[in-house]
Design a binder for this molecule. Sequence first.
Ligand code: EPZ
Length: 445
Amino acid sequence: MEKLIITGGRPLYGTVAISGMKNAALPILFACALNRETCILHNVPAVKDIETTVAILTAMGISIRYLSPTTLEVNGANFRPCTSPNAFVRRIRASSYLMGAELGVAGKTRIAFPGGCDFDGGRPLDLHMKGFEAMGAEMSTYNDGYVGEAPDGLSGAKIYLNKASVGATVNLILAATLTPGHTVISNAAREPHIVSLARFLNECGANIVNAGTSEIQIEGVSALHGCTYRIPPDMIEAGTYMAAVAGTGGSVTLTGVYPEHLQATIDKLREMGVEVIDNNALETVTVSSDGHLSAIELETQFYPGFPTDMQPQFAALMAVAKGTSVIREAIINGRFAYLEQLKRTGVKTIGEAKDTAYIEGVAKLSAANMTATDLRGGAAMVMVALMANGTSEIRNVHLIDRGYDNIEGKLTALGADIVRCDEDADYPAPVSEKSVKAPSGLPMK
Ligand code: EPZ
């Protein structure tokens, strides 16, 4: 187990390249199980959840070769449904996508209960089950997981999702791609990762229309063919670096991003007093901040609303913003466990209900030892450590590694003082003073 040691108080300056979108790459890798031909995937992020997915699919007969650290050659010709390795399936949420892929290929599925970030409110899969059942599968749980079978094969169906669930939309697209007939998913998720999955599958010969709207139409095809596809940039990794600069002060340009995916985050940063310049043509966003922020209210929503996956990072900003901020979490129940850890640095909440937090800004945070509770909560801990006076330690880094590629390397290149070491190691040799200069006109915090 490893920890991060962060000495705060340094502004961030420079350029950071954003990696591929984890939550697009995951369903696309599982979608390769539907394809007997070879696909080349570029810009796959080098994060732990991808490593786990590669381990699951490889154990199930799918051939995966790394052509570079971010380019994978994937061939699903020898996919063996219902053979997933339980221990790996239990590590990630996206392993639930095996159900759609297995039902689509073989008309049967059997997987252990998927894992992933553990939120207090639980993460039900009832909408996935209802959708599979509408397509003709009989679904049930056994003591350790899910099992399902469509004795006469799946058939196209009209499915209404009670909530615009990302996971259920992905799973039903996977199940419907090779299923005879017409499937309609109403109240479908509209997130960019859904659009990306549909584009990838269409490049392989699938017939999926209206992804990105609330009603996705799928006409089943008999087989897919190979393709080459580039995973789009990760809007949450991008948002996290944008928020980090807003909090520490400084000026950073993010490259390889799609600003249109970031509008809700950009809007809220501007409301807090941060300068954000986005350039669609160049695929860049530049964030500049003097570290002085104003309180805001935000409510998480399905895309294109403010993403729940940016909620903890904004709590970190609210901690130092002038005034009282409010967060209403409307997507994932119980996504506030990380706040207890943030409070160790002096973050002040003045009231917390189940899905609402009120955060009163303080002038300065102090260093503390924290333990990551989940992926984005862990990112918020990195942020408060970057803003705090003194040296903080963050344990459970493996949770942060699930979704951030080389977080300490990218932050170090921007001027942060952050090192990774074994959890049991003594404090490492101090990182040498880096000379960080504010470019013209931008004050140091
Ligand atoms: C995806 O999770 C993401 N994970 C999450 O990212 C993200 O937080 C979430 O979407 C919301 O945007 C992946 O893409 C791998 P949901 P998922 O199905 O698919 C309810 C991160 O940090 N619900 O949209 O599990 C339930 O309340 C992670 O990268 C049901 O009631 O999200 C759930 O909390 C964490 N029944 C909410 O909808 C269901 O059958 C959102 O779920 C399904 C969902």
